[in-house]
Design a protein around this ligand. Structure first.
Ligand code: HEM
Length: 293
């Protein structure tokens, strides 16, 4: 049962952060490629709606299995008592309501700048609810700093991983076309790399600070189950940064308009490696949030 809870929680973290990160990609990164880059991505609303619906399903499942774990019962009346009488239940009902709203409103709202801002505000609340119902909110000391760290960690994770996910998919569309304006993919990748550098810096700093506040000893990080999970996350993060560095300091730096097709191919290949590694980090986060500090 603990394995199911950890994997479900990790999967829920993954889709919730990809949803917010995708909206940030469409609002502030894809625009760097100009009108033709935006036209290429004609199924935005459908892709976002699907991600919102998947996150809705994982959120409902996560809320029910967590309440059943809390009440040690699967009886409907016990589950409803747990949902209606706990802060956890109330916050997750808000999250489920927001995801329902997102699923229905993403189509009409995506095409206007005000609409996109409303969608971003709604999508930001989704990962925040897990931040307000995780370890940080259960502690007695430094509540403000712990919550600020987990929120900054979560938002930077969304920017980086949602951007990776959408850039991989957008480059896939580009690679199905024979010819495009060579600067288009270069501008989108360059803009994303700026967001990626800032967000990965923030992920590393907030992650290490949270681990320290959680009591992970810098001299013996592997002495606890919690410390070993954090160390594994750090290792996956380090490997993903290795693939990202190849994109940033080799492929992007050696970009040549006459070899744009090859550029899009190799950038997408490294992104695929990064995505596999960060998916591992999300699943570990699902277990980390349930491991005693
Ligand atoms: C690919 C990189 C990473 C991803 C995708 C990731 C993802 C996450 C997620 C989704 C959470 C839960 C936030 C919440 O409660 O709402 C989290 C929490 C956390 N992360 Fe990361 N993280 C990454 C890198 C790191 C690194 C490099 C470290 C430390 C060196 C780290 C340490 C932590 C810690 C200590 C927590 C708090 C867990 C808890 O006690 O609830 N993370 N991370």
């Amino acid at each position: 049962m603990q394995w199911i809870l950890g994997l479900l929680h990790g999967t829920d973290y993954l889709v919730a952060h990809l949803l917010l990160g995708s909206l940030i990609f469409y609002s502030w990164i894809l625009s760097a490629g100009g009108e033709d880059a935006q036209v290429l991505e004609c199924k935005k609303a459908l892709l976002l709606r699907r991600l919102a619906v998947v996150t809705l399903v994982t959120s409902v499942l996560w809320m029910i299995v967590s309440i059943s774990d809390m009440t040690e019962s699967w009886l409907p009346q016990d589950l409803w008592a747990g949902i209606s009488q706990t802060t956890f239940g109330h916050l997750w009902l808000v999250r489920i309501g927001v995801l329902l709203l997102l699923s229905f409103s993403v189509g009409p709202l995506l095409n206007t700048s005000l609409g996109r801002k409303i969608l971003l505000l709604l999508a930001v609340t989704v990962p925040l609810v897990s931040g307000f119902t995780g370890h940080a909110s259960a502690q007695k000391s430094f509540i403000f700093w712990r919550e600020s760290l987990v929120i900054s960690h979560s938002l930077s994770v969304a920017v980086w991983t949602g951007g990776l996910f959408r850039l991989h998919q957008w480059l896939g569309i580009r690679l199905r076309l024979r010819t495009v304006r060579p600067e288009m993919s270069h501008s989108v990748v360059k803009r994303f790399s700026q967001f990626a550098m800032a967000s990965t810096g923030a992920i590393g700093i907030t992650g290490i600070a949270m681990a320290y506040l959680a009591g992970v000893s810098p001299s013996h990080p592997l002495s606890t189950a919690y410390g070993r999970l954090v160390f594994l996350k750090l290792a996956l993060f380090g490997l993903a940064l290795g693939a990202a560095a190849l994109n940033q300091f080799f492929h992007l730096r050696n970009w040549n308009p006459s070899q744009e097709l090859q550029f899009s191919r190799v950038i997408r290949r490294e992104i695929r490696i990064e995505l596999a590694l960060v998916t591992g980090a999300f699943l570990i986060a699902g277990f980390l949030a349930r491991t005693s500090m």
